[in-house]
Design a protein around this ligand. Sequence first.
Ligand SMILES: Nc1ncnc2c1ncn2[C@@H]1O[C@H](COP(=O)(O)OP(=O)(O)OP(=O)(O)O)[C@@H](O)[C@H]1O
Ligand SMILES: [Mg+2]
Length: 283
Amino acid sequence: MRAVPIPELMLEPVFDPLGSGRDAIGTSTAAGKGLNVRHGTILSLEDINVSFDGFKALNDLCLYIGVGELRCIIGPNGAGKTTLMDVITGKTRPDSGSAYFGETLDLTRMSEVEIAQAGIGRKFQKPTVFEALSVFENLELAQKTDKSVWASLRARLSGEQKDRIDEVLQTIRLDSSRQRPAGLLSHGQKQFLEIGMLLVQDPQLLLLDEPVAGMTDAETEFTAELFKSLARQHSLMVVEHDMGFVGSIADHVSVLHQGRVLAEGSLAQVQNDERVIEVYLGR
Ligand SMILES: Nc1ncnc2c1ncn2[C@@H]1O[C@H](COP(=O)(O)OP(=O)(O)OP(=O)(O)O)[C@@H](O)[C@H]1O
Ligand SMILES: [Mg+2]
């Protein structure tokens, strides 16, 4: 049987887990719909180990993300942040340890496609939009499960799907650019489009690796607003080196160092932690 998360390691929920988001059987919230998230935890990683040629990239890592939480992961280069996302999305299999999405979905036994379909969306640092297609077409394509480009574009959208795309276009502030080829967007706008491409799939957990790298100050500010507006309806895990950005969005910060969680708390708490100052922030 899987161990119940250790209480000290659990996070304070961002909102009352017994609040209005729960359904009659008490297992569902907006950010965890269809998932069994009875204990208010959307992601539980326990004792995860990943080695690359004897080098321990993740070392007995334990991490829990609450439903609707916006968690930032910080840590020096090589700490294991991207590897952590690789484990969650099924790109890398851990040598040992458990990884659960909700109470019952064992991520270590699911393929990358199954994990994405179960509701975990990931955004890589480099935008990967289809440059020749319009903003709208990119969103349309992302929404389809059949990834064949032409089959998807030919198939007619249901009213509901189109409404969702319109809603996402507003959210990512690209409504007025809906017919523009994605290749003509700025770097920041491409990043927003890619976030939109995740949102049209209605993921419950969003993983974002260095989302504001290369953005202007204004774009970074908008990203902060956007992420704060997505939290609660979604759970977010954001890896970022930009401390100003982290400070502006994070409920909770986990500091990774040498493949394990060194400290957790508010940004101010971890910045004042002696161990963190020693290994990372004070350098
Ligand atoms: N496929 C791989 N093969 C060998 N070593 C790897 C592989 N992937 C990652 N590593 C190593 O594992 C360690 C953790 O890498 P990871 O990319 O997870 O760090 P990170 O915290 O994301 O760093 P950064 O802040 O630079 O992005 C590094 O030492 C890296 O060189
Ligand atoms: Mg990385």
